[in-house]
Design a protein around this ligand. Structure first.
Ligand code: 13P
Length: 253
């Protein structure tokens, strides 16, 4: 049985006070680890303050991105080691906003995933098709390409620290959610690909999160699908009430 994971990606939102307040409220809600893993990914600059706020709780801490080289002349970038030292145990890589707005390539994301796992971090690798790709019938080909390129340097021993997030680009921040059938079918396909890439034990053990306009009112039905092991939440993770409602939905399925 895979444990559900509800992850909040705060993106470029919150000021310092809001970040600490939100993290502290979640920490109170998740004092002990319950039936669901809960993770938050604040902006880089609030990571240390948030790490302090959730210190004695079960809330997990992720960065939203990282650079794969350990140090050097990479102006504006933050290394995986730095993030670890700041308190992150996790990193989100390959988010669609980085693929599309920042033009990160499949190859770069593969290098980052390999470096993150080598640094002993847990990695959430995001994949997802655009609306045009879905309409052209290319969804599975796009998911395969992003998944396999993302995992090019991921050895079987590291897969216990891998989570895959399926985030259809057309559902992110749009209020459009994938139907339960669309989400389940993409997740089942990805799980199958993971079995081909590694083996069926790895495929069965790996968690697949759905992301894209997850809200309290659609979270349960999405997470009830057999291959949906949790959610990667953007907008609804910015308010305690809605994020806690999604955590409770995960605990209830
Ligand atoms: P929304 O929940 O705001 O659609 O964002 C999803 C997302 O991109 C999470 O990483």
């Amino acid at each position: 049985m895979r444990r559900k994971l509800v992850a909040g990606n705060w993106k470029m939102n919150t000021d310092r006070g809001e970040a600490v307040e939100l993290a502290s409220a979640l920490a109170r809600h998740c004092e002990a680890s319950g039936d669901v893993d809960v993770l938050i990914a604040p902006p880089f600059v609030w990571i240390e303050a948030v790490a302090t706020a959730i210190d004695s709780s079960a809330v997990l801490l992720a960065a939203q991105n990282a650079w794969h080289e350990p140090s050097g002349a990479f102006t504006g970038e933050v290394s995986l080691e730095m993030l670890k030292e700041a308190g992150c145990g996790w990193v989100i890589l390959g988010h669609s906003e980085r693929r599309h707005l920042l033009e990160e390539s499949d190859e770069l994301i593969g290098e980052k995933v390999a470096a993150g796992l080598a640094e002993d971090l847990s990695v959430i690798l995001c994949v997802g098709e655009t609306r045009a790709q879905r309409e052209a019938g290319e969804t599975e080909a796009v998911l395969d390409r992003q998944l396999l390129a993302g995992l090019v340097g991921c050895e079987v021993e590291s897969t216990s620290r891998l989570v895959v997030a399926y985030e259809p680009v057309w559902a992110i921040g749009t209020g459009l959610t994938a139907s339960t059938d669309q989400a389940e079918s993409a997740h089942a396909h990805l799980r199958n690909q993971l079995a081909n890439r590694y083996n069926s034990e790895v495929a069965e053990a790996t968690r697949f999160l759905y992301g894209g306009s997850v809200k309290p009112d659609n979270a349960s039905e999405l997470m009830r699908q057999p291959n949906v092991d949790g959610a990667l939440v953007g907008g609804a993770s910015l308010a305690v009430d809605s994020f806690v409602a999604i955590i409770e939905a995960a605990a209830g399925v």
